[in-house]
Design a protein around this ligand. Structure first.
Ligand code: 2AM
Ligand code: CA
Length: 273
């Protein structure tokens, strides 16, 4: 069995377990602030995924939101980047619109990406260089769109921030419309399937974007930080994921002229990590 096949089976199994445990009580704790939640399901799911990877591939490394590998910096070999529940607030409040996300990198290069929309039983997956799939259906390349005919994904919470809001408001104004789904992993695969033309956020952790980015790259999309730099799986970053035309329009018409604020923001992300 290839690592790809193993990972595909593992994420589906982990999703089944989530469905089973969420029927019992969900225990909620707060992390860095009152709106930053974690549940027993996040923790149990990361443990399940970690333990199974270690049983089969003891030499592989794992970076996971709920505690694994946060000290890794630039590793050789195979690295799994895992978010056991992406969209924890949705999980707690809505019991849907959350995903399990896995990105696998080999010698620093993308190997495979998986985003599992658990409640809809839809697995988005891609092996680098071999195309992306929504369950068993190939996902076609995404079309190019200018901002004025694009629906973009952005969380409205960012629009109320003093300086960031000033960068993002004109983008929302110019776009055809904006949507927020509350799970970065799902929003990135919605860019890959063309439901959204782009997704923008000033801060994501590697486990939020690693799986989705590999899927998006397979269908001709592009993901970088707001300065246009390549994303690293070892640090948090600002994010713009979009079809290539929209990506380039957003960078040149909106982000480049605010480069000083964006650089400052990027520096703060590194300092706070
Ligand atoms: P999570 O549910 O795994 O924490 C919500 O807008 C999206 O942003 C979710 O994917 C959520 O992931 C992520 N997110 C929430 N707070 C974040 C933070 N402080 N830094 C990075 N990502 C965050
Ligand atoms: Ca999470």
């Amino acid at each position: 069995m290839t690592v790809y096949e193993f990972a595909k089976g593992l994420i589906l199994e982990a999703g089944n377990n989530v469905k089973k445990i969420m029927k019992q009580d969900i225990e909620i704790e707060t992390k860095s602030n009152p709106n930053d939640l974690v549940t027993n399901v996040d923790k149990a799911t990361e443990k399940y995924i970690f333990d199974n990877i270690m049983k089969t591939y003891p030499n592989h490394l794992v970076i996971g939101e709920e505690g694994h590998g946060h000290d890794l910096v630039d590793e050789q070999g195979v690295v799994w980047v895992v978010d056991p529940i992406d969209g924890t607030l949705n999980f707690v409040h809505q019991k849907e619109n959350f995903a399990i996300s896995i990105g696998i990198y080999n010698e620093g290069k993308p190997y495979a990406g998986f985003v599992y929309d658990v409640m809809n039983d839809v697995l988005y997956h891609a092996k680098a260089g071999e195309g992306a799939y929504e369950n068993e259906h190939p996902i076609p390349d995404i079309p190019s769109t200018p901002l004025k005919t694009s629906i973009i994904g952005i969380n409205p919470n960012w629009l109320t921030k003093p300086r960031l809001g000033e960068i993002f408001k004109p983008i929302v104004d110019e776009a055809r419309s904006a949507r927020a789904y509350g799970s970065a992993a799902l929003e990135i695969v919605y860019v890959a399937t063309g439901k959204l033309a782009g997704y923008i956020t000033p801060r994501l952790q590697p486990w939020d974007f690693a799986g989705g980015l590999i899927i998006l790259n397979e269908v001709g999309g592009k993901g970088t930080n707001l300065m246009g730099d390549t994303l690293s799986i070892y640090e948090p970053s600002s994010i713009v994921m979009a079809n290539k035309q929209l990506h380039s329009e957003l960078i040149s018409n909106h982000f480049e002229k605010n480069i000083e604020i964006i650089e400052l923001l990027q520096q703060r992300l590194k300092d706070s990590d």
